[in-house]
Ligand binder design. Structure first.
Ligand SMILES: [Cu+2]
Length: 467
């Protein structure tokens, strides 16, 4: 079944989920006069908040120059960002499912990409059959938090803002008037906005040596092959429900990268290509290997050697991320549009903090990206980059007629996983091909397929075998 391979050269852009744009029914929060006495520590604070009906900001209605009509009239580029709030069941490692909450049927939610100075027009629609209300707090904005308040099933909320600052910014559900915000975010309602600098990214300088004590500075164009990596934790009961008690104690049950534990590890196809046996694993952790897993089958991240690679990384969780790539040095670390470090081994991200890591993989090989917290590594905070052709597959793929000539990375034959590929931006190098991979509902995966993203689990069995 899976002893056949794909000839894939289509340049496929990541499908952008386009939810239906509903009419705006923007409304301000009602002013309430309830208060919360947090000094009474014997009281269950979360219970008290629930009994109050949530926390609502007690302040007069704000009149800011951020309403959509005024901003759309400024002549700035307007980017619409349409999301839905949907509770769905999604798989976790071990063959079980959990009760996920999503923006638009996927975890993380769709990535928004704009240029500094653009107007973002965010529309969140909660379907009428959804079980709970949701809100959306976008960290890329600088507007009143009143805009982030939740709306009920059957309702829509909309707000606009200018993306003034360049960088990576989280967005996340705000719960139902802040009740359950922890549950909604940690169950999947998070994503990022990438705001490209108005004047584009900077070229990359990598300091090498040309002999003892002699420096050889190498420069790379600002254009880069880009990936998104979003870290979070899951706190689940054995039945797959959110476990608030575990969260308050910081006892996470899983570490996820782009929503999945060990989602960028080899599968049966990689086993077959590299070991000659689909059932012979060549990596220690391969929990998502079967073709029947479809969009959840693990995929690897492919890059070329000597290529400028740019990673947009966000920590959505409760635990720090010590971002490290085993065998590599981060050539540049940027936050906002300011360089923070260069030639660094590991960079620390606190909760709701981000970085842009630029690097060049010099040597062919396999490089593990990790949260270098051992508890995180062994609970899923690990994925693999494969640079160049470290397994010498090019001659076999050429002989089988799968590729006409040797390729600089396996992305040309297998594509990169869609959930790690951001929309194209100011200095993006297009991925040679993109395959459907991610914590997506079947509806989302079908829509991506309709938009030309490659379903490897369907394509692979139809192609000639590799000798
Ligand atoms: Cu929510």
């Amino acid at each position: 079944m899976n002893k056949r391979y794909s000839m894939i050269f289509t340049i496929a852009a990541v499908a952008v989920m386009s939810a239906t744009l509903f009419g705006s029914t923007y409304s301000q929060t009602q002013i309430t006069s309830q208060s919360l006495d947090v000094s009474k520590l014997e009281v269950d604070v979360m219970d008290q908040i629930r009994q109050m009906g949530g926390l609502q900001l007690v302040m007069p209605q704000a009149f800011a120059e951020t309403d959509c009509g005024a901003l759309q009239a400024t002549g700035r580029n307007v980017v619409e960002f349409n999301l839905t709030g949907e509770s769905v069941e999604l798989p976790i490692m071990g063959g079980k499912t959990f009760n996920a909450m999503t923006f638009s049927g996927q975890v993380p939610g769709p990535t928004l990409r704009v240029t500094q100075g653009d107007v973002v027009k965010m529309t969140l629609t909660i379907p009428s059959d959804e079980v709970t209300g949701h809100g959306n707090d976008m960290h890329a904005s600088q507007i009143t938090a009143l805009a982030f308040d939740s709306v009920n099933p059957g309702e829509t909320i909309q707000y606009c803002y200018i993306a003034e600052a360049a960088g990576v910014f989280k967005y996340h559900c705000s719960g139902v008037h802040l009740v359950g915000m922890d549950q909604h975010v940690l169950s999947g309602m998070y994503g990022i906005a990438i705001v490209d600098p108005a004047k584009g990214y900077k070229k990359l300088m990598v300091e090498k040596t040309s002999g003892s004590g002699q420096l050889d500075r190498q420069f790379y164009s600002a254009d880069a092959l880009e990936f998104t990596l979003q870290f979070n934790q899951l706190y689940l009961t054995p039945e797959g429900n959110y476990d608030a008690g575990a969260m308050f104690q910081h006892h996470n049950t899983a570490t996820v990268v782009n929503g999945i534990q060990f989602g960028y590890t080899p599968n049966m196809l990689h086993n077959l290509l590299i070991t000659g046996d689909a059932n012979k694993n060549f990596f220690v952790a391969q929990p998502w290997t079967g073709l029947e897993l479809e969009q959840y089958q693990s995929q690897l991240l492919y890059v070329e050697n000597g290529q400028h690679v740019r990673l947009f990384i966000e920590n959505h969780g409760n635990e720090p991320v010590f971002f490290h790539i085993v065998g590599e040095i981060l050539d540049r670390v940027t936050q906002g549009n300011r360089v923070q470090s260069a030639a660094t081994e590991t960079w620390l991200l606190g909760g709701s903090q981000n970085m842009i890591a630029d690097l060049v993989f010099d040597e062919p090989g396999v490089y593990a990206l990790v949260n270098h917290d051992y508890a995180a590594i062994y609970t899923g905070g690990l994925g693999l980059f494969v640079a160049g052709d470290p397994f010498g597959l090019n001659p076999r793929l050429v002989n089988a007629g799968i590729i006409p000539a040797p390729v600089a990375s396996y992305a040309y034959a297998l594509g990169n996983p869609s959930d790690a590929v951001p929309p194209m931006g100011k200095n993006s190098i297009a991925h040679p091909a993109v395959n459907i991979h991610g914590l997506y509902t079947d509806d989302v995966a079908s829509e991506m397929k309709a938009n030309g993203v490659i379903p490897l689990w369907e394509v692979i069995p139809t192609l000639p075998p590799v000798p």
